[in-house]
Design a protein around this ligand. Structure first.
Ligand SMILES: O=C(O)c1ccccc1N[C@@H]1O[C@H](COP(=O)(O)O)[C@@H](O)[C@H]1O
Length: 215
């Protein structure tokens, strides 16, 4: 039997959307703390959402290049994961992992063969890798833009490196992504929204259903 596909619905900022994602069968939920994002949630909101989800699904706080005090502040909330979605180096990821005492997802931007070549630098220092579309120059945030990348680039990746896939996935494209790329997990944010930052129940349900049916 194939391993179960791990699905993460990211950018949740309200209790009702959290309940929708759990009822729809997600494995993980992500809460984003990055003020420039339409999915930004405050420390207090994230604390409440983690409490609501605890013991039901895995929780992940998404941070961008956090300093030590920010890492400590969010680690103290007791998430299962911290996702680093900025330009953190392998050395910095290793330091944050040691400091936080929380498992780390490192998001890596993919836009070229050179980017694929850097993935192995992070294999040993993070607990999971998330391959995402590289944002265009001048973008105001490093993720959540709904952009996909050329999945064919991943043919050059060392096949012994497991990864989750994100970047512009939608209910329409997710089955193709699962069959073509064969990631062990998926992460989606804007593809299950009706407007930036506004999650849509039917899109969340369709995404999870279509992803699981493709395994
Ligand atoms: O969603 C954002 O605004 C965001 C801001 C800063 C860092 C990461 C962000 N989003 C993450 O990017 C991936 C892919 O998102 P999408 O499905 O292409 O919209 C996902 O992990 C988001 O949580």
């Amino acid at each position: 039997m194939a391993d179960p596909l791990i699905i993460k619905i990211c950018g949740i900022k309200t209790p009702d959307v959290l309940e929708t994602a759990i009822a729809a069968g997600t494995d993980m939920v992500g809460f984003l703390h990055f003020p420039r994002s339409p999915r930004h949630a405050s420390v207090d909101t994230i604390a409440d959402l983690i409490s609501q989800a605890r013991g039901r699904v895995q929780t992940c706080v998404v941070l961008v290049n956090p300093d030590n005090s920010t890492v400590a502040e969010f680690a103290a909330l007791g998430p299962d994961w911290i996702q680093l979605h900025g330009p953190e180096t392998p050395h910095r990821v290793e330091a944050i992992r040691a400091e936080a005492g929380v498992e780390i997802i490192k998001a890596l931007p993919i836009g070229s063969a050179e980017d694929v070549g850097h993935v192995s630098d992070f294999h040993e220092v993070a607990d999971r890798l998330l391959l995402d579309a590289k944002p265009p120059k001048g973008a105001d945030r490093p993720g959540g833009l709904g952009d996909t990348f050329d999945w064919a680039l991943l043919k050059a990746l060392d096949p012994s490196i497991p990864f989750m896939l994100s970047g512009g996935l939608t209910p329409e494209t997710v089955a193709d992504a699962v069959r073509t790329v064969r990631p062990f997990g998926l992460d989606v944010s804007s593809g299950v929204e009706s407007a930036p930052g506004v999650k849509d129940k039917r899109l969340i349900e369709a995404f999870i259903q279509n992803a699981r049916a493709a395994v």
